[in-house]
Design a protein around this ligand. Structure first.
Ligand code: SAH
Length: 499
């Protein structure tokens, strides 16, 4: 009875047979689909319909009637209301299984790849060795008022902007709680208001806290809706007592936006950056720079990406979306030359410093949109056919990309195809946009050879993936030199290899 219409308030009993993209449980009654947040695959639940559509409905989990073997008790008291940990009530083993199949399903459904083929090239997910808690080195707590008008720090409830008071997210560092207490106490003492996003009034919007796990160094950056932060002496006085406190700053953001940080920051105590290390490389990180949140898993992910790059010491490599140069520096030690591109200028300043800090000289960084920078370099080199450096830059051996969730811009993909490297390593934090981009790259002459998911974000639905593509066809778009493009690249590749 596909068209049977349930209505709001109906109470139903259903067996959960699948997991949705947001981690919710999915159950079916006579072909009618129910999406039930917090229901775990294998549960039999009692639920009530909140919103009914033709063919499907969203329902509230009222009761678990039969507990799934994959169900586990959540450790965090606000696991359900916070919305950050969509899978905390699922055993870790089952979470991993879900993430592996999510990646494969997206590649099949959205990338058009054959399921058997993908399964044959997929490596098992790289799991977290320890308990999947306390693994995050970074927290961004919104500061605001709770329902009673009390100053509070916490998390936005689900998809909303109302703040649930929580000062100790169990994915984050133990120090966060103490730091937030100091910040809120200081706000009360000095009558510093919290930002009210509907009215656009008030001062403190967010507290960013970051810790270098390898060094113990801690950074606090308050995001404010004012031209400067006032009465900071007593704030600094208290915060500096926290063991490891290395950098205290604020960042001005007066825009009505979901973007958390402002464009710049002002240091009010200690150094501008904190340090951390991944493997044997050291990194400096400023408040505005992207830095992977799970450093333990990051190392494993980078090692996988490096092995996919297949470097021998001679190669020219692009690292697009390079952040503070983490992957670039990992690659540089095994490559001839690495070029990094990143849109955030502060991150590139960090990248340049990080190269120096590690004594790495064969890297060069560019600030800008990856798609624009490589397109400009590609187009510019056409006028200089004898320029060796331009040739190397536009004909790299390997391109590594690690874009944000929205994936690569189409211009970026097209320019990568023109540059036509032997290998492309695509590191992704969203397997849906990854699937879309891999499809384009494969249509453009590449073959997907390997995929390896990595669990960086235990208890959440997010999963990181490293993939390897190899060139199977030479790009034909640009026969500039009067000989067949395939021959041209074969000759060039042979020359490179004989060097
Ligand atoms: N590879 C880095 C960063 C990956 S996160 C690491 O592992 O640490 C993605 C990065 O892409 C962020 O630093 C973000 O600022 C940057 N970014 C976003 N859009 C971009 C674009 N169009 N061009 C270049 N960089 C971009």
């Amino acid at each position: 009875m596909k068209d049977r219409m349930y209505k709001k308030g109906d109470v139903l009993e259903v067996v959960i047979t699948d997991i949705g993209i947001g981690g919710e449980g999915i159950g079916k009654l006579d072909g009618y689909t129910l999406f039930i947040k917090d229901a775990v695959i294998g549960d039999t639940v009692k639920c009530s319909i909140m919103k009914a559509k033709k063919g499907y409905a969203y329902a509230h989990l009222d009761d678990v009637i039969v507990r799934s073997p994959y169900r586990t008790d959540p450790r965090c008291p606000v696991a359900r209301s916070c919305g950050g940990c969509q899978l905390q009530e699922m055993t870790y083993e089952r979470q991993l299984e879900y993430k592996e199949s999510k990646v494969i399903n997206n590649l099949v459904r959205l990338g058009g790849f054959e399921k058997e083929y993908i399964e044959s090239i997929a490596e098992p997910i790289i799991r977290m060795e320890n308990d999947p808690f306390r693994y995050r080195n970074k927290a961004q707590y919104p500061i605001g008022y709770d329902r009673n008008g009390e100053l509070t720090a916490g998390f936005y409830a689900g998809r909303t902007h109302s703040i649930i008071p929580v000062n100790d997210c169990l994915l984050g560092c133990e120090e966060n709680k103490q730091i937030l207490k100091i910040v809120l106490d200081w706000m009360r003492r000095t009558d510093t208001s919290a930002y009210d996003e509907t009215a656009g009034t008030g001062v403190v919007r967010h507290a960013l806290i970051r810790k270098g796990f390898a060094t113990g160094e801690i950074m606090v950056c308050l995001v404010i809706n004012d031209d400067r932060l006032r009465e900071t002496d007593s704030l600094v006085e208290e915060l500096r007592k926290v063991p490891g406190m290395t950098s205290i700053s604020y960042s001005v953001n007066t825009d009505d936006t979901n973007v958390i940080m402002g464009d710049d920051y002002v240091t009010i105590y200690g150094s501008e950056t904190i340090s951390d290390s991944i493997g044997d490389l050291a990194f400096k990180i400023s408040p505005l720079s992207f830095y992977q949140v799970n450093p333990v898993q990051t190392r494993k992910l980078y090692e996988k990406a490096l092995s996919y790059a297949g470097l021998t010491g001679k190669e020219t490599v692009w690292d697009l979306y390079c952040g503070i140069g983490t992957i670039s520096l990992f690659l540089a030690r095994d490559a001839g030359k690495v070029y990094g591109v990143e849109i955030v200028p502060r991150a590139i300043e960090d990248a340049v410093d990080n190269a120096k800090l590690n004594g790495i000289t064969n890297v060069e960084f560019y600030v800008g949109k990856a798609e624009e920078v490589i397109d400009r370099i590609w187009t510019g080199s056409a006028d200089r056919p004898d320029d060796v450096v331009a040739y190397e830059m536009t004909h790299p051996d390997v391109i590594v990309v690690d874009p944000p969730r929205k994936g690569c811009d189409e211009l970026c993909i097209n320019t990568m195809l023109k540059m036509n490297p032997k290998r492309i390593v695509y590191v992704s934090c969203d397997s849906a946009t990854l699937a879309r981009d891999l499809k384009l790259l494969c249509e453009g002459g590449y073959e997907l050879k390997r995929i390896c998911p990595c669990d960086m974000f235990g208890n959440t639905v997010h999963v990181e993936v490293a993939t390897l593509l190899e060139r199977v066809r030479y790009a034909k778009e640009y026969i500039q030199i009067g000989i067949d493009a395939e021959d041209y690249y074969r000759i060039k590749d042979a020359q490179k290899e004989s060097r």
